[in-house]
Each structure stands twice: as C-alpha cells, then as structure tokens.
Design a protein around this ligand. Structure first.
Ligand SMILES: *[C@@H]1O[C@H](CO)[C@@H](O)[C@H](O)[C@H]1NC(C)=O
Ligand SMILES: *[C@@H]1O[C@H](CO)[C@@H](O)[C@H](O)[C@H]1NC(C)=O
Ligand SMILES: *[C@@H]1O[C@H](CO)[C@@H](O)[C@H](O)[C@H]1NC(C)=O
Ligand SMILES: *[C@@H]1O[C@H](CO)[C@@H](O)[C@H](O)[C@H]1NC(C)=O
Ligand SMILES: [Zn+2]
Length: 434
C-alpha cells in the first residue's frame, strides 16, 4: 500500500509537470528558410532528384505555390518575408527607380539601399528580433537594409558579380548557417541561392544545363540534411524550402514576331519614364496629357495587356502602390517587352502573370513541427509568413496572409501534444499498477 501511494504521488507529480504549458523558450524550435531563385514548380519532374523526393516522404510538399503578381525576385521575396502584398510593401521592381529624376539602380546595388525596402512593412527578421529572437540573412533579398533604423542581427549581402553556381561554396554556406544555429543560438536564418534562375535565363528552362543545376540543388539538399544531423539539429530545426517565381521559354522568331513597343507608340514623345526590356513586366509614366494616347496605343499592341494602375484587377494587389507608375504592361506568356530593338539575349524569363503555370514555384518543409508525407494543396506564397511566425512562436506584424491555409501542414503545436501523450501513458501505467 505504501509503495502504491508513493507511486501515486510520483505519477501525480509527473502529470502536473507534463500538463504545465511549456515555457516559450523551451518549446520553440529554430527555423531555416531557404530560397532557390527561379525554381519552377515542376523542375524536379524530369530530373532524378532522390533528396527532394525523400523530403516529400519526410515532410511537407505543396504541388506548387503561387507567387504574388509581379513575379520578380525582389517583389516576391519581400512578400514572402513580410506577408504583405506588393502594393503594401512597395518593393515594386528589382530595380530601384525614381520616375522624376529617371534614376535607375540595378538589382544587386539595391540590396543595401534601405530607402528602397523600408516602406513601413516590417520583415520577419525585425519582428522576430523585437520579440527577443536572434535572426540572420544570408544573401536573402531585403536582409541588407535597415528598417526604421534597425538592422538584421547578422547579414551577408551578395556582391555584384558573385558566382551563383559554385557547389563548394553552397556547402560552405550551409556549414556557416549550421554554426550560427549551434554556436551562436540564432533562431531564424534565411538563406538564398541565385540558381536555378541564372541558368533558366541564360539557357532556357528546357536546356540540359537546367537539369544539371537541379541535380546540383538536389545534392545540396542531401548535404543540408546530413549537416543538420551532424549538428544535432534534427529535433529542433524546421526548414522551409521555397522560391520566388518560375521561368518560361522566351518566344522568338521565326516562331513569333517579338514585341517592339516603339512600333506602337513613340516612346520618346509619349513617355517621361519607362522600365521595359525586363522580361514580361513593364512600367511607364506618360508625359503630361498623354495618358490616354499611351493607353490606347498599347491597347492596340499584340501579345500583351496594358493596365492603368488605378484600374488593375484587385487580385493583382498592385493598384494601391504609390511607387508604380500609372501604366503597367504585362506581356503574354513568353513574350518579352522590348522597347526599341531586341537587346534581350535571355532564353528564359519571368515577370508574367502569376496565374500562368510556368510562373508557379515550389514549397517544401520538414522538421519537428511538420507532418510527414503530407501533400499540400497549392497556395499563395503570402501565407508562408504567418506559418513562419507560428513556428517561431511570435506575434506576427500586420500582414495579408492566413495561417488557416498553411497550418494544416503542422503537427498540432508540437510541445503540448507530446505532453498530452505522456499524460495518457502515465495514466495507463497508474491504472495498471493500482
Ligand atoms: C544600418 O544602420 C547602421 C547603424 O545603425 C549603419 O551602420 C548601417 O550602415 C545601416 N545600413 C544600411 C544598409 O543602411
Ligand atoms: C568555389 O568556392 C570555393 C569555396 O569558397 C572557392 O575556394 C573556389 O575558388 C570557388 N570556385 C570558383 C570557380 O570561384
Ligand atoms: C500574338 O499576336 C498576334 C497578333 O494579334 C496573334 O496572331 C498571335 O496569335 C499572338 N501569338 C500568341 C502566341 O498568342
Ligand atoms: C493587407 O494588410 C494590411 C495590413 O494589415 C492592410 O492595411 C491592407 O488593407 C491589407 N490588404 C488587403 C488587400 O486586405
Ligand atoms: Zn528571382
């Protein structure tokens, strides 16, 4: 009897301990967000990718995800990391521009220009840091800027001319990130790779070199999983692998007549500012009084759709932007918007309508808080943000995503479920002994 009482007390104590809600610090896992730029949703379907295939078994895979309208690197990455539509975060192009001064800054040089990124929408790094977490950005677009004067704790910015496909460096970068987690206790790291975007542009999505880079990415994912094990992070690190947009083959002569916009309107006479010759997405400021003339001329041009900013479909979530010029042009899939002559040597491109299957991209996730063997319905990339906040157990900043869309892929709030299981086991044990 005495022994039974002791056991009873012991079991009761254990139940109380298990039932106690885990303190935030104890229950919080770390998060690694990886982006492979321009990874079209179906790039793994014509290449042998054993490591990506294994991820689908060991974690979550979405059939595909839809980037925001404006399927371009900086705008889309910034939607992922802020959970805000492009019209709200205002990173409306890869190039920083000023329609008044005609200043245009190339993509790589914008990466440390806070005035381009810091428009009131707080990225996840800053929100997490304000709640006591430690965060880092390894080449991730937006990570190199300050937000209301606040920098990301640890930042590496990709330099212009950086070689994007060096597999040895890819592995070193993974090792670096792992040591940030284990030796310096970072909670969130975002890691960016410039491939397969470069190969997709230079060679086109159907070129054998694109398949080769997907195999390289697959080996890198194998290396990542090995590194996670080696650093004993398997039970504490969640990983999301995604991308910013897809890629399509540029349509060329003799298959089609390429678009040359100056054939339809005199750009010098009618426009005071333009960014054309940049894939499928173009912007333009008409000279004063020429708004309708520009719109009508472009409406007559084939293989594109022209929009007045204030009449764009609401589903684009672009219309409220103050930065976008009054005229936005979206080319039909595969047509590039050439201004005066065909300078664009790219064989593949993006920037097209986000409803096009070729613009869809990937989503994979694994780690202690994710279900295994879970195939998710397609969803919009904007919903990744609340998922990341949930994983990090932080209060999200105002955003446009919905956790309901992405929550299904999670095991029910990890820690407390484990606690419930141990309570049940203890009760069983108690009844068996008594
Ligand atoms: C961010 O702010 C720090 C000082 O607070 C400054 O040293 C740094 O240059 C700023 N970085 C950018 C990209 O503006
Ligand atoms: C690739 O990266 C490794 C490690 O950083 C470096 O030693 C090597 O020189 C790089 N190769 C090229 C071709 O740049
Ligand atoms: C491009 O526009 C021309 C002229 O309107 C049309 O005949 C052609 O079918 C279009 N091409 C594609 C691929 O839509
Ligand atoms: C997106 O979220 C912001 C911040 O909560 C809000 O101001 C904006 O109206 C939202 N946009 C849409 C289309 O709901
Ligand atoms: Zn990109």
């Amino acid at each position: 009897m005495k022994m039974r009482l002791e056991l009873f007390l012991l079991v009761t104590a254990a139940i109380c301990a298990a039932g106690k809600p885990l303190s935030k610090a104890e229950g919080r896992n770390k998060l690694l967000l990886i982006s492979f730029d321009g990874f079209r949703w179906d790039y793994d379907q014509d290449v042998d990718t054993p490591n990506l295939d294994q991820l689908a078994v060991d974690g979550v895979k979405a059939t595909y995800i839809t980037p925001p309208m404006l399927t371009m690197t900086s705008p889309s990455h910034f939607t992922t990391i802020t959970g805000r539509w492009v019209e709200d975060h205002e990173v409306v192009h890869n190039m920083m521009f000023n329609t008044k001064t005609n200043q245009k800054v190339p993509h790589k040089q914008t990466l440390t220009r806070s005035e381009w990124w810091d428009n009131g929408a707080l990225p996840l790094w800053i929100t997490a840091q304000n709640q006591g977490l430690k965060t880092a950005s390894f080449f991730f677009p937006g990570g190199g800027a300050n937000y209301s004067g606040q920098a990301v704790d640890r930042v590496l910015v990709e330099m212009p001319g950086h070689l994007d496909d060096n597999e040895t460096e890819w592995r070193q970068n993974i090792d670096t990130v792992m040591s940030w987690f284990t030796e310096e206790d970072f909670n969130l790291v975002t890691l960016y790779y410039g491939e397969p975007d470069n190969v997709g542009h230079a060679k086109g999505p159907d070129h054998p070199d694109r398949k080769a880079i997907i195999r390289q990415i697959d080996r890198t994912i194998g290396y990542l999983r090995e590194a996670i094990d080696r650093h004993h992070l398997t039970d504490t690190l969640n990983v999301i692998i995604t991308s910013d947009h897809g890629m399509t083959t540029v349509k060329k002569r003799p298959l089609v007549d390429e678009i040359i916009l100056n054939k339809y309107l005199n750009l010098i006479k009618l426009a005071s500012f333009e960014i054309l010759d940049y894939g499928g997405f173009g912007i333009l400021t008409p000279r004063p009084g020429k708004e309708q003339e520009v719109f009508d001329a472009l409406s007559n041009a084939p293989n594109l759709t022209v929009y007045k900013k204030n009449e764009m479909p609401e589903s684009f979530h672009l219309g409220k932007s103050k930065r976008l010029p009054p005229i936005v042009i979206v080319a039909d899939l595969g047509f590039n918007l050439n201004s005066r002559f065909i300078v664009y040597v790219n064989k593949g491109d993006h920037g097209f309508h986000n409803g096009e299957m070729d613009m869809k991209t990937i989503f994979r996730a694994f780690g202690p808080d994710f279900k295994t063997n879970f195939l998710s319905e397609p969803f919009d990339s904007i919903h990744i943000y609340p998922l990341m906040c949930k994983l990090l157990q932080i209060e999200p900043a105002p955003h446009n995503g919905s956790l309901a869309v992405t929550e299904k892929m999670l095991l029910h709030s990890g820690g407390s479920q484990r606690a419930q299981v141990s309570v049940a086991l203890l009760l069983l044990l108690m009844f068996a002994v008594l």
